[in-house]
Design a binder for this molecule. Structure first.
Ligand code: ADE
Ligand code: ZN
Length: 332
């Protein structure tokens, strides 16, 4: 409880953030109105009260529905800019943002519209002293062919993205299915990450590491079920982007106190804390740290280590990494 100020003030990196998951009900209403879209809700309160999820799929169904209001380049700009302003309040200095192009191209929105709107806002983030990377996520409930076509659409704008990821419904959609498109992305010089071990088994983490050759695992909280995997993650210092409030809302863990963050830290893994879809899960990055701090009684050293890990695990250049780590060092 004594760490409130420390958490608020520390400069941080966020590495697991779906931009579509930052769509607050107020902005959803505003964008729906200007696009002449009728929402099946009459108020912001009604939308918020619909955010009760029993697992990943019940969340995804609502999240994909909410994203349907996004249509123009300006919509994607406004969405991203709203998140960046909120991130600045939490003293986020660097953010690595996921976007799900297939959620929009499937509705007839051009890939170019999506990526240019997000990218323009990320460029403006220097006004907020925030640096960024952009990561294109493939939806794993769609086919490998669909992912391949999406990558074709991304190629003319490849300079706007830094990496690729894999998200959406994990169960029964193993990472190996997407090996070919990840190879194409790697050969194009992109970084690779994947959601694995959120609802799925440790085998999916192995699959992401071996078949997709990812340099980070998004979630990965089931890793502790497999001692050999823990050893591998430790030896190779593969970062895990853990999302505590997300895991709570999607019933991966029953309470925040049941979260296995301390066990992951004790196993010497490179753990980072992130917000995932903050508009849907009831909290931005600092809220995630505060919830952990209250439930697990974290030490100041543990909080500082988590924040250092976020910069170590990020895709920034070494000189910027050293600058940010030096800023964190002022709190030690
Ligand atoms: N897309 C947005 N949030 C996600 C999550 N937590 N898991 C998988 N796909 C997602
Ligand atoms: Zn996620």
């Amino acid at each position: 409880m004594g760490n409130t100020l420390l958490i608020n003030q520390l400069p941080k990196a966020e590495l697991h953030l779906h931009i579509e998951g930052t769509l607050e009900p107020e902005l959803m209403f505003r964008i729906a109105k200007r696009n002449n879209i009728e929402l099946p809700f009459s108020s912001v309160e009604e939308i918020r009260s619909a955010y009760n999820f029993s697992n990943l799929q019940t969340f995804l169904d609502i999240y994909y529905k909410g994203a349907e209001v996004l249509q123009t380049e300006q919509d994607f700009y406004d969405l991203t800019w709203a998140y960046l302003q909120r991130a600045a309040v939490d003293n986020i200095r660097h953010t690595e943002i996921f976007f799900d192009p297939q959620t929009h191209t499937q509705r007839g929105i051009a890939y170019e519209t999506v990526v240019t709107g997000i990218h323009r806002a990320l460029q403006d983030a220097d006004q907020l002293n925030i640096t960024s990377r952009l990561i294109l996520c493939f939806l794993r409930h769609l086919s490998a062919e669909d992912a391949d076509e999406t990558f074709d659409q991304a190629l003319p704008f490849i300079h706007m993205i830094d990496g690729i990821g894999l998200d959406s419904s994990e169960l029964n959609n193993p990472p190996e299915d997407f090996a070919a498109v990840f190879t194409r992305a790697r050969e194009a010089g992109l970084k690779c990450v994947a959601h694995a071990g959120e609802e799925g088994p440790p085998e999916y983490i192995w699959g992401a590491l071996k078949s997709l050759q990812v340099s980070r695992i998004d979630h990965g909280v089931c890793a502790l079920e497999d001692a050999l995997l823990v050893e591998y993650l430790k030896e190779n210092q593969i970062p895990l982007t853990v999302c505590p409030l997300s895991n709570l809302k999607l019933k991966i863990f029953e309470t925040i106190a049941d979260n296995n963050l301390l066990e992951l830290i004790k196993a010497d893994l490179c753990v980072t804390v992130n917000s995932d879809d903050p508009a849907y899960f009831g909290g931005y990055l600092n809220d995630n740290f505060h919830a952990l701090d209250r439930a697990l009684n974290l030490s100041a050293e543990q909080i500082i280590q988590l924040v250092k890990n976020s910069f170590d695990a990020s895709f920034i250049d070494e000189s910027l990494r050293h600058k940010y780590l030096a800023e964190v060092g002022a709190y030690e």
